[in-house]
Design a protein around this ligand. Structure first.
Ligand SMILES: Cc1cc2nc3c(=O)[nH]c(=O)nc-3n(C[C@H](O)[C@H](O)[C@H](O)COP(=O)(O)OP(=O)(O)OC[C@H]3O[C@@H](n4cnc5c(N)ncnc54)[C@H](O)[C@@H]3O)c2cc1C
Length: 435
Protein backbone atom coordinates (compact mmCIF):
# COMPACT_ATOMS: atom_id res chain seq x y z
CA UNK A 1 0.00 0.00 0.00
CA UNK A 2 2.72 2.46 0.98
CA UNK A 3 4.49 1.65 -2.31
CA UNK A 4 1.32 2.49 -4.23
CA UNK A 5 0.89 5.71 -2.27
CA UNK A 6 4.44 6.83 -3.07
CA UNK A 7 3.92 6.50 -6.80
CA UNK A 8 3.16 9.72 -8.65
CA UNK A 9 -0.40 9.96 -9.84
CA UNK A 10 -1.25 10.77 -13.45
CA UNK A 11 -4.84 11.83 -13.95
CA UNK A 12 -6.47 12.01 -17.38
CA UNK A 13 -9.75 13.90 -17.78
CA UNK A 14 -11.87 12.59 -20.65
CA UNK A 15 -11.82 9.20 -22.37
CA UNK A 16 -12.42 10.28 -25.96
CA UNK A 17 -9.93 9.80 -28.76
CA UNK A 18 -7.14 11.71 -27.03
CA UNK A 19 -7.72 10.64 -23.42
CA UNK A 20 -8.37 6.99 -24.24
CA UNK A 21 -5.19 6.78 -26.29
CA UNK A 22 -3.16 8.55 -23.58
CA UNK A 23 -4.51 6.14 -20.96
CA UNK A 24 -3.79 3.13 -23.15
CA UNK A 25 -0.24 4.18 -23.77
CA UNK A 26 0.43 5.15 -20.16
CA UNK A 27 -1.13 1.87 -19.00
CA UNK A 28 1.27 -0.02 -21.25
CA UNK A 29 4.40 1.95 -20.38
CA UNK A 30 4.01 3.56 -16.95
CA UNK A 31 1.74 1.33 -14.85
CA UNK A 32 4.73 0.10 -12.81
CA UNK A 33 5.95 3.61 -12.13
CA UNK A 34 2.80 5.65 -11.63
CA UNK A 35 -0.82 5.38 -10.60
CA UNK A 36 -2.86 6.12 -13.71
CA UNK A 37 -6.39 7.40 -13.29
CA UNK A 38 -8.88 8.12 -16.07
CA UNK A 39 -11.99 10.15 -15.24
CA UNK A 40 -14.83 10.17 -17.75
CA UNK A 41 -18.50 11.03 -17.72
CA UNK A 42 -19.37 7.59 -19.13
CA UNK A 43 -17.87 4.14 -18.60
CA UNK A 44 -17.05 3.81 -22.30
CA UNK A 45 -15.05 5.37 -25.10
CA UNK A 46 -17.44 6.65 -27.77
CA UNK A 47 -16.36 6.13 -31.37
CA UNK A 48 -18.06 9.28 -32.69
CA UNK A 49 -17.44 8.82 -36.45
CA UNK A 50 -19.86 5.87 -36.57
CA UNK A 51 -22.61 7.65 -34.66
CA UNK A 52 -24.56 8.56 -37.83
CA UNK A 53 -24.90 4.81 -38.45
CA UNK A 54 -26.54 4.46 -35.04
CA UNK A 55 -29.05 7.19 -35.92
CA UNK A 56 -29.76 5.47 -39.23
CA UNK A 57 -30.46 2.14 -37.53
CA UNK A 58 -27.45 0.31 -39.01
CA UNK A 59 -25.43 -0.14 -35.82
CA UNK A 60 -26.54 -1.03 -32.33
CA UNK A 61 -25.37 1.80 -30.01
CA UNK A 62 -23.20 -0.61 -28.04
CA UNK A 63 -21.01 -1.17 -31.10
CA UNK A 64 -19.66 2.39 -30.90
CA UNK A 65 -19.22 2.20 -27.11
CA UNK A 66 -15.98 0.54 -26.07
CA UNK A 67 -15.94 -0.31 -22.34
CA UNK A 68 -13.11 1.42 -20.47
CA UNK A 69 -12.48 -0.96 -17.59
CA UNK A 70 -12.36 -4.05 -19.85
CA UNK A 71 -9.97 -2.53 -22.38
CA UNK A 72 -7.70 -0.53 -20.04
CA UNK A 73 -6.78 -3.15 -17.41
CA UNK A 74 -3.84 -1.21 -15.94
CA UNK A 75 -5.72 2.05 -15.58
CA UNK A 76 -8.00 3.09 -12.73
CA UNK A 77 -11.24 4.24 -14.41
CA UNK A 78 -13.43 6.62 -12.41
CA UNK A 79 -16.94 7.53 -13.47
CA UNK A 80 -17.64 11.22 -12.99
CA UNK A 81 -17.69 14.68 -14.48
CA UNK A 82 -14.85 16.98 -13.51
CA UNK A 83 -16.33 20.26 -12.30
CA UNK A 84 -13.30 22.27 -11.15
CA UNK A 85 -9.53 22.11 -11.02
CA UNK A 86 -7.32 23.68 -8.35
CA UNK A 87 -3.97 23.98 -10.11
CA UNK A 88 -2.04 25.15 -7.04
CA UNK A 89 -3.33 22.38 -4.77
CA UNK A 90 -3.05 19.88 -7.67
CA UNK A 91 -6.52 18.64 -6.94
CA UNK A 92 -9.69 18.36 -8.96
CA UNK A 93 -13.27 17.94 -7.95
CA UNK A 94 -15.61 15.65 -9.84
CA UNK A 95 -19.25 14.68 -9.53
CA UNK A 96 -20.41 11.08 -9.78
CA UNK A 97 -23.50 10.22 -11.88
CA UNK A 98 -25.44 9.99 -8.61
CA UNK A 99 -24.49 13.53 -7.59
CA UNK A 100 -21.73 12.78 -5.08
CA UNK A 101 -18.73 15.11 -5.25
CA UNK A 102 -15.26 13.63 -4.83
CA UNK A 103 -11.72 15.01 -4.95
CA UNK A 104 -8.78 13.55 -6.83
CA UNK A 105 -5.17 14.64 -6.28
CA UNK A 106 -2.72 14.55 -9.14
CA UNK A 107 0.96 14.99 -9.89
CA UNK A 108 0.39 15.24 -13.64
CA UNK A 109 -2.88 16.19 -15.29
CA UNK A 110 -3.84 15.48 -18.90
CA UNK A 111 -6.87 17.46 -20.02
CA UNK A 112 -8.70 15.72 -22.87
CA UNK A 113 -12.32 16.75 -22.30
CA UNK A 114 -13.12 17.25 -26.00
CA UNK A 115 -15.78 19.64 -27.23
CA UNK A 116 -19.46 20.47 -27.01
CA UNK A 117 -22.07 21.80 -29.47
CA UNK A 118 -21.44 25.30 -30.76
CA UNK A 119 -24.51 27.50 -30.47
CA UNK A 120 -25.09 30.54 -32.64
CA UNK A 121 -27.45 33.34 -31.64
CA UNK A 122 -30.22 32.33 -34.04
CA UNK A 123 -33.73 32.83 -32.60
CA UNK A 124 -35.46 29.58 -31.75
CA UNK A 125 -32.52 27.26 -32.38
CA UNK A 126 -31.84 26.49 -28.70
CA UNK A 127 -35.48 25.48 -28.22
CA UNK A 128 -36.21 23.72 -31.50
CA UNK A 129 -33.00 22.11 -32.76
CA UNK A 130 -31.17 19.00 -31.65
CA UNK A 131 -27.45 18.45 -31.84
CA UNK A 132 -25.55 15.29 -32.66
CA UNK A 133 -22.83 14.59 -30.12
CA UNK A 134 -23.62 11.36 -28.34
CA UNK A 135 -25.66 8.20 -28.10
CA UNK A 136 -28.73 9.91 -26.59
CA UNK A 137 -28.93 12.29 -29.55
CA UNK A 138 -28.45 9.47 -32.06
CA UNK A 139 -31.18 7.35 -30.43
CA UNK A 140 -33.47 10.34 -30.14
CA UNK A 141 -33.00 11.18 -33.82
CA UNK A 142 -33.64 7.59 -34.93
CA UNK A 143 -36.93 7.47 -33.00
CA UNK A 144 -37.89 10.96 -34.11
CA UNK A 145 -37.39 10.17 -37.79
CA UNK A 146 -39.45 6.98 -37.55
CA UNK A 147 -42.15 8.83 -35.63
CA UNK A 148 -42.40 11.63 -38.21
CA UNK A 149 -43.03 9.17 -41.02
CA UNK A 150 -45.50 7.14 -38.96
CA UNK A 151 -47.47 10.28 -38.02
CA UNK A 152 -47.24 11.65 -41.56
CA UNK A 153 -48.87 8.51 -42.90
CA UNK A 154 -52.06 9.02 -40.92
CA UNK A 155 -52.59 12.75 -40.95
CA UNK A 156 -55.38 14.08 -43.14
CA UNK A 157 -53.60 17.43 -43.51
CA UNK A 158 -51.29 17.53 -46.56
CA UNK A 159 -49.34 20.49 -45.14
CA UNK A 160 -48.63 18.63 -41.92
CA UNK A 161 -47.66 15.54 -43.88
CA UNK A 162 -45.20 17.54 -45.98
CA UNK A 163 -43.69 19.19 -42.86
CA UNK A 164 -43.23 15.86 -41.11
CA UNK A 165 -41.54 14.51 -44.24
CA UNK A 166 -39.06 17.40 -44.37
CA UNK A 167 -35.74 17.16 -42.53
CA UNK A 168 -33.30 20.05 -42.20
CA UNK A 169 -29.64 19.64 -41.32
CA UNK A 170 -27.63 22.79 -40.64
CA UNK A 171 -23.87 22.40 -41.05
CA UNK A 172 -22.27 20.48 -43.93
CA UNK A 173 -19.10 19.42 -42.11
CA UNK A 174 -18.44 15.69 -41.71
CA UNK A 175 -21.11 15.33 -39.02
CA UNK A 176 -23.93 17.07 -40.91
CA UNK A 177 -22.98 15.53 -44.25
CA UNK A 178 -22.88 11.99 -42.87
CA UNK A 179 -26.09 12.45 -40.87
CA UNK A 180 -27.91 13.75 -43.96
CA UNK A 181 -26.49 10.99 -46.18
CA UNK A 182 -27.19 8.08 -43.82
CA UNK A 183 -30.56 9.27 -42.57
CA UNK A 184 -31.85 10.20 -46.04
CA UNK A 185 -31.33 6.57 -47.12
CA UNK A 186 -33.03 5.46 -43.92
CA UNK A 187 -36.13 7.60 -44.59
CA UNK A 188 -36.29 6.41 -48.22
CA UNK A 189 -36.33 2.80 -47.04
CA UNK A 190 -38.93 3.59 -44.34
CA UNK A 191 -41.16 5.49 -46.76
CA UNK A 192 -41.35 2.47 -49.05
CA UNK A 193 -42.82 0.50 -46.15
CA UNK A 194 -45.48 3.11 -45.35
CA UNK A 195 -47.92 2.64 -48.18
CA UNK A 196 -50.10 5.46 -46.82
CA UNK A 197 -47.39 7.92 -47.74
CA UNK A 198 -48.00 7.09 -51.40
CA UNK A 199 -45.77 9.26 -53.52
CA UNK A 200 -45.24 11.86 -50.77
CA UNK A 201 -41.88 13.52 -51.35
CA UNK A 202 -39.36 13.02 -48.54
CA UNK A 203 -37.25 16.19 -48.43
CA UNK A 204 -33.80 16.52 -46.93
CA UNK A 205 -32.07 19.90 -46.87
CA UNK A 206 -28.40 20.29 -46.02
CA UNK A 207 -27.40 23.90 -45.37
CA UNK A 208 -24.05 25.57 -44.81
CA UNK A 209 -22.87 29.15 -44.85
CA UNK A 210 -19.66 27.99 -46.53
CA UNK A 211 -19.57 27.89 -50.33
CA UNK A 212 -19.17 24.10 -50.42
CA UNK A 213 -19.90 20.83 -48.65
CA UNK A 214 -17.21 19.57 -46.24
CA UNK A 215 -15.57 23.02 -46.17
CA UNK A 216 -12.82 21.93 -43.77
CA UNK A 217 -11.71 18.98 -45.90
CA UNK A 218 -10.07 18.47 -49.27
CA UNK A 219 -12.12 20.16 -52.01
CA UNK A 220 -12.43 16.92 -54.00
CA UNK A 221 -13.97 15.05 -51.06
CA UNK A 222 -16.57 17.79 -50.81
CA UNK A 223 -17.33 17.55 -54.53
CA UNK A 224 -17.86 13.78 -54.34
CA UNK A 225 -20.09 14.07 -51.28
CA UNK A 226 -22.16 16.85 -52.84
CA UNK A 227 -22.63 14.91 -56.07
CA UNK A 228 -23.80 11.78 -54.23
CA UNK A 229 -26.20 13.77 -52.06
CA UNK A 230 -27.68 15.68 -54.99
CA UNK A 231 -28.13 12.46 -56.99
CA UNK A 232 -30.20 11.14 -54.11
CA UNK A 233 -32.35 14.24 -54.09
CA UNK A 234 -30.88 15.96 -51.02
CA UNK A 235 -31.24 19.74 -51.47
CA UNK A 236 -27.75 21.01 -50.79
CA UNK A 237 -27.86 24.77 -50.12
CA UNK A 238 -24.47 26.36 -49.71
CA UNK A 239 -23.99 29.96 -48.50
CA UNK A 240 -27.30 29.48 -46.73
CA UNK A 241 -28.29 28.96 -43.12
CA UNK A 242 -31.38 29.62 -41.07
CA UNK A 243 -32.37 32.94 -39.54
CA UNK A 244 -35.13 31.60 -37.29
CA UNK A 245 -36.55 28.34 -36.02
CA UNK A 246 -40.01 27.59 -34.61
CA UNK A 247 -41.67 24.31 -33.64
CA UNK A 248 -43.30 24.25 -37.09
CA UNK A 249 -40.47 25.23 -39.37
CA UNK A 250 -37.41 27.28 -40.18
CA UNK A 251 -36.79 30.47 -42.12
CA UNK A 252 -33.73 30.30 -44.35
CA UNK A 253 -31.33 33.21 -44.66
CA UNK A 254 -32.67 33.55 -48.22
CA UNK A 255 -36.06 34.45 -46.72
CA UNK A 256 -37.68 31.15 -47.74
CA UNK A 257 -39.85 29.42 -45.12
CA UNK A 258 -39.51 25.66 -44.82
CA UNK A 259 -42.17 23.88 -42.77
CA UNK A 260 -40.50 21.03 -40.83
CA UNK A 261 -40.58 19.23 -37.49
CA UNK A 262 -36.91 18.28 -37.66
CA UNK A 263 -33.94 20.59 -37.27
CA UNK A 264 -30.56 18.92 -36.76
CA UNK A 265 -27.82 21.31 -35.66
CA UNK A 266 -24.34 20.29 -36.78
CA UNK A 267 -22.69 23.71 -37.07
CA UNK A 268 -19.59 22.70 -35.28
CA UNK A 269 -18.14 22.44 -31.86
CA UNK A 270 -16.41 24.51 -29.23
CA UNK A 271 -14.04 23.22 -26.55
CA UNK A 272 -15.47 21.78 -23.35
CA UNK A 273 -16.47 24.59 -20.92
CA UNK A 274 -14.11 23.11 -18.29
CA UNK A 275 -11.35 25.11 -19.99
CA UNK A 276 -13.01 28.44 -19.24
CA UNK A 277 -12.75 27.95 -15.48
CA UNK A 278 -9.00 27.36 -15.51
CA UNK A 279 -7.92 30.99 -15.83
CA UNK A 280 -5.33 30.03 -18.44
CA UNK A 281 -4.70 31.38 -21.94
CA UNK A 282 -7.01 30.16 -24.67
CA UNK A 283 -7.06 30.54 -28.42
CA UNK A 284 -10.45 30.27 -30.10
CA UNK A 285 -11.65 28.79 -26.81
CA UNK A 286 -9.03 26.04 -26.82
CA UNK A 287 -6.41 25.80 -24.09
CA UNK A 288 -3.05 27.09 -25.32
CA UNK A 289 -0.31 24.44 -25.26
CA UNK A 290 3.13 24.25 -26.79
CA UNK A 291 4.27 21.65 -29.30
CA UNK A 292 4.95 19.26 -26.41
CA UNK A 293 1.27 19.55 -25.39
CA UNK A 294 2.28 21.24 -22.15
CA UNK A 295 0.49 24.34 -20.92
CA UNK A 296 3.11 27.16 -20.91
CA UNK A 297 4.37 27.84 -17.38
CA UNK A 298 2.50 24.76 -16.05
CA UNK A 299 4.89 21.83 -16.42
CA UNK A 300 2.42 19.46 -14.70
CA UNK A 301 -0.45 20.29 -16.98
CA UNK A 302 -0.91 18.71 -20.43
CA UNK A 303 -3.80 19.01 -22.87
CA UNK A 304 -4.65 17.29 -26.14
CA UNK A 305 -7.47 16.73 -28.61
CA UNK A 306 -10.27 19.18 -29.36
CA UNK A 307 -9.82 20.96 -26.04
CA UNK A 308 -6.25 22.04 -26.80
CA UNK A 309 -4.92 24.72 -29.18
CA UNK A 310 -2.07 22.60 -30.52
CA UNK A 311 0.31 24.37 -32.91
CA UNK A 312 0.41 22.58 -36.26
CA UNK A 313 4.12 22.28 -37.03
CA UNK A 314 3.31 21.16 -40.59
CA UNK A 315 1.35 24.40 -41.23
CA UNK A 316 3.18 27.11 -39.28
CA UNK A 317 0.90 29.67 -37.64
CA UNK A 318 -2.13 27.36 -37.64
CA UNK A 319 -3.69 25.05 -35.07
CA UNK A 320 -4.27 21.34 -35.63
CA UNK A 321 -7.83 20.57 -36.77
CA UNK A 322 -10.40 19.16 -34.38
CA UNK A 323 -10.35 15.63 -35.76
CA UNK A 324 -10.17 12.14 -34.37
CA UNK A 325 -6.93 11.59 -36.28
CA UNK A 326 -5.14 14.42 -34.50
CA UNK A 327 -6.73 13.67 -31.12
CA UNK A 328 -5.60 10.03 -31.18
CA UNK A 329 -2.03 10.88 -32.09
CA UNK A 330 -1.88 13.73 -29.62
CA UNK A 331 -2.99 11.31 -26.91
CA UNK A 332 0.02 9.13 -27.68
CA UNK A 333 2.42 12.08 -27.62
CA UNK A 334 0.90 13.47 -24.41
CA UNK A 335 1.41 10.09 -22.74
CA UNK A 336 5.02 9.97 -23.88
CA UNK A 337 5.70 13.50 -22.65
CA UNK A 338 4.01 12.93 -19.30
CA UNK A 339 6.23 9.87 -18.82
CA UNK A 340 9.29 11.93 -19.80
CA UNK A 341 8.34 14.60 -17.24
CA UNK A 342 8.53 11.86 -14.60
CA UNK A 343 11.95 10.74 -15.76
CA UNK A 344 10.93 7.93 -18.12
CA UNK A 345 12.03 8.42 -21.73
CA UNK A 346 12.40 11.63 -23.69
CA UNK A 347 9.74 14.07 -24.75
CA UNK A 348 8.73 14.65 -28.35
CA UNK A 349 7.08 17.50 -30.20
CA UNK A 350 3.72 16.84 -31.82
CA UNK A 351 3.96 16.83 -35.57
CA UNK A 352 1.51 15.04 -37.83
CA UNK A 353 0.57 15.49 -41.44
CA UNK A 354 -2.98 14.43 -42.30
CA UNK A 355 -3.12 10.92 -43.73
CA UNK A 356 -6.41 11.63 -45.47
CA UNK A 357 -10.02 11.46 -44.52
CA UNK A 358 -12.94 9.11 -44.98
CA UNK A 359 -16.59 10.14 -45.25
CA UNK A 360 -19.26 7.44 -45.28
CA UNK A 361 -22.24 8.44 -47.40
CA UNK A 362 -24.38 5.37 -46.73
CA UNK A 363 -25.26 2.49 -49.05
CA UNK A 364 -22.24 1.65 -51.19
CA UNK A 365 -21.11 5.26 -51.38
CA UNK A 366 -18.28 7.03 -49.61
CA UNK A 367 -15.58 9.60 -50.30
CA UNK A 368 -12.02 9.03 -49.16
CA UNK A 369 -8.52 10.27 -49.87
CA UNK A 370 -6.14 7.88 -48.09
CA UNK A 371 -2.59 9.25 -48.41
CA UNK A 372 -3.91 11.76 -50.95
CA UNK A 373 -5.34 9.13 -53.32
CA UNK A 374 -8.84 10.23 -54.27
CA UNK A 375 -11.45 7.45 -54.07
CA UNK A 376 -15.21 7.34 -54.44
CA UNK A 377 -17.94 4.70 -54.75
CA UNK A 378 -17.29 1.13 -53.65
CA UNK A 379 -13.46 1.40 -53.29
CA UNK A 380 -13.95 4.39 -50.98
CA UNK A 381 -16.58 2.47 -49.04
CA UNK A 382 -14.22 -0.48 -48.53
CA UNK A 383 -11.42 1.83 -47.38
CA UNK A 384 -13.81 3.73 -45.09
CA UNK A 385 -15.12 0.64 -43.35
CA UNK A 386 -11.65 -0.87 -43.13
CA UNK A 387 -10.36 2.35 -41.58
CA UNK A 388 -13.13 2.44 -38.97
CA UNK A 389 -12.62 -1.21 -38.07
CA UNK A 390 -8.90 -0.65 -37.62
CA UNK A 391 -9.46 2.50 -35.55
CA UNK A 392 -12.15 1.02 -33.30
CA UNK A 393 -10.37 -0.17 -30.14
CA UNK A 394 -12.94 -2.95 -29.57
CA UNK A 395 -16.28 -4.42 -30.76
CA UNK A 396 -14.89 -5.12 -34.24
CA UNK A 397 -16.58 -8.47 -34.77
CA UNK A 398 -19.94 -7.22 -33.55
CA UNK A 399 -19.68 -4.11 -35.74
CA UNK A 400 -18.83 -6.22 -38.80
CA UNK A 401 -21.78 -8.48 -37.99
CA UNK A 402 -24.14 -5.49 -37.87
CA UNK A 403 -22.83 -4.31 -41.25
CA UNK A 404 -23.28 -7.75 -42.74
CA UNK A 405 -26.83 -8.08 -41.41
CA UNK A 406 -27.70 -4.61 -42.69
CA UNK A 407 -26.48 -5.62 -46.14
CA UNK A 408 -28.75 -8.66 -46.34
CA UNK A 409 -31.81 -7.86 -44.18
CA UNK A 410 -34.30 -5.00 -44.13
CA UNK A 411 -33.42 -2.42 -41.48
CA UNK A 412 -35.43 -2.64 -38.24
CA UNK A 413 -37.54 0.41 -37.54
CA UNK A 414 -39.25 0.65 -34.20
CA UNK A 415 -39.41 3.59 -31.85
CA UNK A 416 -37.95 2.49 -28.55
CA UNK A 417 -38.85 5.76 -26.82
CA UNK A 418 -35.78 5.53 -24.58
CA UNK A 419 -34.68 9.13 -25.11
CA UNK A 420 -37.17 11.99 -24.99
CA UNK A 421 -36.58 15.35 -26.58
CA UNK A 422 -36.08 17.10 -23.23
CA UNK A 423 -33.21 14.74 -22.41
CA UNK A 424 -31.11 15.97 -25.34
CA UNK A 425 -31.24 19.78 -25.32
CA UNK A 426 -28.90 21.43 -27.79
CA UNK A 427 -27.49 23.57 -25.01
CA UNK A 428 -27.20 21.87 -21.64
CA UNK A 429 -28.16 25.17 -20.03
CA UNK A 430 -31.21 25.67 -22.25
CA UNK A 431 -34.73 25.03 -21.01
CA UNK A 432 -35.97 21.50 -21.60
CA UNK A 433 -37.73 20.85 -24.87
CA UNK A 434 -41.19 19.34 -24.98
CA UNK A 435 -41.44 15.69 -26.04
C1 LIG B 1 -20.97 12.84 -34.95
C2 LIG B 1 -19.50 13.11 -35.11
C3 LIG B 1 -18.81 12.52 -36.15
C4 LIG B 1 -17.46 12.75 -36.30
N1 LIG B 1 -16.81 12.14 -37.33
C5 LIG B 1 -15.48 12.32 -37.47
C6 LIG B 1 -14.78 11.66 -38.50
O1 LIG B 1 -15.37 10.97 -39.33
N2 LIG B 1 -13.43 11.83 -38.53
C7 LIG B 1 -12.76 12.64 -37.65
O2 LIG B 1 -11.52 12.75 -37.73
N3 LIG B 1 -13.39 13.28 -36.69
C8 LIG B 1 -14.75 13.13 -36.56
N4 LIG B 1 -15.41 13.79 -35.57
C9 LIG B 1 -14.65 14.65 -34.67
C10 LIG B 1 -13.92 13.81 -33.67
O3 LIG B 1 -14.82 12.86 -33.14
C11 LIG B 1 -13.34 14.70 -32.58
O4 LIG B 1 -12.38 15.55 -33.16
C12 LIG B 1 -12.68 13.82 -31.51
O5 LIG B 1 -13.68 13.08 -30.87
C13 LIG B 1 -11.90 14.67 -30.51
O6 LIG B 1 -11.36 13.81 -29.56
P1 LIG B 1 -11.20 14.28 -28.05
O7 LIG B 1 -10.55 13.15 -27.35
O8 LIG B 1 -10.57 15.61 -27.99
O9 LIG B 1 -12.69 14.49 -27.52
P2 LIG B 1 -13.90 13.47 -27.41
O10 LIG B 1 -13.71 12.31 -28.28
O11 LIG B 1 -15.13 14.32 -27.59
O12 LIG B 1 -13.82 12.96 -25.92
C14 LIG B 1 -13.99 13.79 -24.80
C15 LIG B 1 -14.35 12.91 -23.62
O13 LIG B 1 -14.29 13.70 -22.43
C16 LIG B 1 -15.43 13.43 -21.65
N5 LIG B 1 -15.66 14.63 -20.85
C17 LIG B 1 -16.01 15.86 -21.29
N6 LIG B 1 -16.06 16.73 -20.26
C18 LIG B 1 -15.73 16.01 -19.16
C19 LIG B 1 -15.63 16.35 -17.77
N7 LIG B 1 -15.85 17.58 -17.35
N8 LIG B 1 -15.30 15.37 -16.91
C20 LIG B 1 -15.07 14.11 -17.36
N9 LIG B 1 -15.15 13.73 -18.65
C21 LIG B 1 -15.48 14.68 -19.53
C22 LIG B 1 -16.52 13.11 -22.65
O14 LIG B 1 -17.54 12.35 -22.04
C23 LIG B 1 -15.74 12.34 -23.70
O15 LIG B 1 -15.69 10.99 -23.38
C24 LIG B 1 -16.78 13.59 -35.40
C25 LIG B 1 -17.47 14.19 -34.35
C26 LIG B 1 -18.82 13.96 -34.20
C27 LIG B 1 -19.57 14.62 -33.06
Amino acid sequence: MSKVMSKPRIVIVGAGFAGYQAARRLGATMADHARITLINSTDFFLYLPLLPEVAAGILDPRRVSVPLAATLPRVECLLGEVRSIDRDARRLRARSPEGRDFDVDFDRLVLAAGSVNKLLPVPGVGENAHGFRGIPEALYLRDHIIRQLELAEFTEDPAERAARCTFVVVGAGYTGTEVAAQCQLFTSALARRHRGLGDQRIRWLLLDLAPRVLPELDRRLGRTAERVLRERGVEVRTETSISEATPDGVRLTTGEDVPTRTLIWCVGVRPDPLVEGLGLDTERGRLVVDEYLTVPGQPDLFACGDVAAVPDLTRPGQLTAMTAQHATRQGTVAARNVAASLGHGTRRAYRHRDLGFVVDLGGVKAAANPLGVRLSGLPAKVVTRGYHLAALPGNRLRTSADWLLDAVLPRQSVQLGLVRSGAVPLDSEAPELPN
